[in-house]
Design a protein around this ligand. Structure first.
Ligand SMILES: [Mg+2]
Length: 101
């Protein structure tokens, strides 16, 4: 894993998001594992749809990142959509670099 986020490969970004999302899964380890895993997969899709809605709103309002505060901007929501796309790929054990090529 590289120290600079700018130098990260897609594979490394995917691994990083997998580590972040694993925390969410670990919380539910003891409670009906497979049902919780399925619910987590559905949660990721619902979050993606939610983030698309936020992206649409910020595009409609033309809210751009000014270099100071990214909250409520198109840039923030593009990242959020990307994050959940990667998390969904991880959930289904899809290697994004492999399918990209
Ligand atoms: Mg968002």
């Amino acid at each position: 894993m590289k120290n600079n986020i700018e130098d990260m490969t897609l594979e490394e970004v995917q691994y990083l998001i997998k580590r972040i999302e694993k925390g969410t899964l670990d919380e539910s380890r003891d409670k009906e594992e497979s049902q919780k895993k399925k619910e987590n997969g559905q949660r990721l899709v619902l979050k993606l749809i939610e983030e698309f809605g936020e992206l649409a709103e910020n595009i409609r309002k033309n809210m751009r990142f000014d270099g100071q505060n990214i909250k409520g901007t198109i840039e923030e929501e593009v990242f959020d959509v990307f994050y959940y796309i990667v998390a969904i790929a991880n959930y289904h054990e899809i290697d994004l670099e492999k399918i990209f090529y």
